[in-house]
Design a protein around this ligand. Sequence first.
Ligand code: NAD
Length: 258
Amino acid sequence: MRQGLEGKSAFITGAGGGIGRGIAEQLAANGAKVMIAEINEQTGQATADALCQAGFEAQFAPVDIRSEADIEAGVAAHLARYGGLDILVNNAGANQHFDASKMTVDEWEHSMSLNLRGAWLCCKHALPIMAAQNAGVIVSIASVHATMTAYNFFPYNVAKSGLLGLTRSLALDWGQHNIRAVAVSPGWVRTQPAVEHFEQADDPAAEEQRVRDLHPLKRIGEPKNIGDLVAFLASDEASYITGTEIVIDGGISARYAG
Ligand SMILES: NC(=O)c1ccc[n+]([C@@H]2O[C@H](COP(=O)([O-])OP(=O)(O)OC[C@H]3O[C@@H](n4cnc5c(N)ncnc54)[C@H](O)[C@@H]3O)[C@@H](O)[C@H]2O)c1
């Protein structure tokens, strides 16, 4: 089903690759004008170019979500180009694995600035624009690790849990301005970190098969799957969905590990 996003614009962090690019492609395919807010200039520009070549409206903004100045400049570029901001997708983030008894404060700050604080800072600069429009949607890409976790996923899972709290607070405090906030929690998705995980195994094919078999659907997700969900959540068809988390994981979290 095509979601009618014509006339809307979306600011997507980490959209130069992986899930973020999948989201940008699906939002654009459904009619939205997109801003590729990305730390990697090469992949960010390449994604914007590819979307423009496909006939969509897209622009690259150099944004490191750990920097409030970058976010301010990126949002200002978005406003100048598109004249409003309808959809914010907090996607940029990365898995981190630390020993809680050895992690330094600097390492903690770095992890939180990437996986939690950056999302709040993007909201901070998007919310006044959305409130003035009396409309807006904020989708934050959390993870199945937000509500369950695996060994050695500290403090990635802490930050992802924080995104659920952020989503609930935004929904409550900004709902009166017709702003919706939703968290999307993927399980395994075939992006560079997943591919690297398989490649580091002694037998990559066997490891990929093992992971596939953990899923009731016997496959891992693709970035397009997440993009399709975000396009729906951003659309008017999802206008009564806010303050909640949607899990998209091929059923893996329905499975009892024992
Ligand atoms: N792939 C999965 O299996 C999976 C599962 C659950 C959740 N997630 C979440 O989805 C999001 C995207 O993950 P992915 O698998 O696509 O990762 P990825 O590494 O393939 O892509 C991440 C993108 O974010 C960009 N980025 C990194 N740091 C940034 C920064 N400081 N500022 C702006 N951009 C930055 C990268 O350059 C890259 O383009 C992350 O938040 C991740 O935690 C991924």
